[in-house]
Design a binder for this molecule. Structure first.
Ligand SMILES: NC(=O)c1ccc[n+]([C@@H]2O[C@H](COP(=O)([O-])OP(=O)(O)OC[C@H]3O[C@@H](n4cnc5c(N)ncnc54)[C@H](O)[C@@H]3O)[C@@H](O)[C@H]2O)c1
Length: 344
């Protein structure tokens, strides 16, 4: 059950050239006020794309107007719900690419309120695909899926052939949302790809609480001079820095080899939560944490250890994570140190 170390490409490997296709592209990002969507929208705008963000500012999500601060002139925002076909339809027409990130993302939230999760992550996804089929069947779609759909891994690193066995309502709904996208490729030839993301972190993530990621509350506590709690500590995770996740989306939409496929996105290799806590404290230059037992409700849906085998994505697109965990943590701390008031 050990995972091979993964290679990290130096920052000099970042080339704008592979993404030249976005320079004149008309792009829609659902969920673009949220953490990953806003980083993606900003990057697309910087590449010269005409970007429209569609987001309903779902309470409890990572939606935050500050996420698009400074980019208002370059990114248009429409406040609309992906569950509403009438609101969605006009924004699909004439678009070259759809990055489909709108979602209810809280695992525990999906257990407490399962039906809204099902509506957004499953039913609305099928409706969106039907709309695309009707008004813009040529559009290139990348769906943000999740490693949560694998559940507790049978082996590590987890490749795409691993059984899909979601541990919670969110995982089942996301698995169905992903499956609809791949089905619309198989049956209608639509250009749909899914990326199975792992824990993603970085500037613009939700740090107010642990709804989006445990790392968010850790980081907030450190910046506010408080100790934070690590639940368990021995479980391992494979974290992706958000700019690397953004690169994965940009590559995926341009890769014919990934049409109709779901590809894992990993990071810098596995790290235990206690080692991660130590790294965060080192990057911050001080701080402390305490190890606590998992609360019972969380233990029931925890997936244990995870590490992604993302060779499919690497081989199909040349994508590599470019940010080491140490650098990513330092950059995240620097961002939130400067913008803390917008996020707490
Ligand atoms: N962050 C991670 O670690 C991670 C891991 C795996 C998968 N993902 C997937 O990546 C995507 C983005 O996640 P994120 O971390 O940026 O979450 P986020 O909560 O920051 O962003 C999601 C955005 O979707 C919007 N949204 C929710 N429901 C909507 C609706 N009905 N209509 C319109 N907009 C709606 C929210 O307002 C929010 O701005 C999601 O699909 C998520 O499942 C994220």
């Amino acid at each position: 059950m050990t995972a091979e170390p993964k290679s990290i490409e130096g920052a000099s490997g970042a080339a704008a050239e592979p993404f030249a296709a976005y320079a004149a592209a008309r792009v829609l990002v659902t969920g673009g006020l949220g953490f990953i969507g806003s980083n993606l929208a900003r990057r697309l705008a910087a590449l010269g794309a005409e970007v429209l963000v569609l987001d309903n500012r779902l309470p409890g999500s990572g939606a935050n107007a500050a996420n698009l601060a400074g980019a208002e002139g370059r990114i248009a925002v429409v406040e609309a719900d992906v569950r509403c076909a009438k609101a969605l339809r006009p924004h699909l027409e004439g678009r070259h690419y759809l990055f489909n990130l709108a979602a209810q993302t809280s695992h525990q939230g999906s257990m407490e309120e399962p039906l809204p999760d099902l509506d957004i992550n499953c039913r609305a996804q099928l409706q969106l695909l039907e709309l695309c089929r009707a008004v813009n069947p040529e559009i290139g779609i990348v769906f943000a899926s999740t490693r949560q759909i694998y559940g507790r891994p049978d082996y590590l690193p987890v490749d795409e052939a691993h059984p899909v066995r979601p541990p919670d309502v969110n995982g089942i709904a996301k698995a169905a949302g992903e499956a609809f996208h791949l089905l619309y490729h198989r049956v209608y030839g639509m250009r749909c790809t899914a990326l199975r993301l792992t824990n993603t972190y970085g500037p613009r993530m939700r740090i107010k609480d642990a709804r989006q990621t445990f790392l968010g509350v850790w980081l907030r506590a450190l910046l506010e001079g408080r100790s934070f709690e690590v639940w368990g500590g021995a479980q391992t995770r494979d974290l992706t820095y958000v700019e690397d996740a953004v690169d994965a989306f940009l590559h995926a939409a341009l890769s014919p080899a990934l049409c109709g496929r779901a590809a894992n996105v990993g990071g810098d290799g596995p790290v235990s939560l206690s080692a991660l806590a130590e790294m965060l404290i080192a990057a911050n230059g001080g701080g402390s944490f305490v190890i606590r037992d998992f609360p019972e409700a969380r233990r029931r849906i925890d997936i244990g250890d995870y590490c992604a085998d993302d060779r499919l994505l690497r081989r199909a697109t040349g994508w590599r994570p470019r940010t080491s965990l140490a650098d990513g943590l330092a950059r995240s701390l620097a961002f939130f140190r400067e913008h803390l008031q917008d996020y707490v």
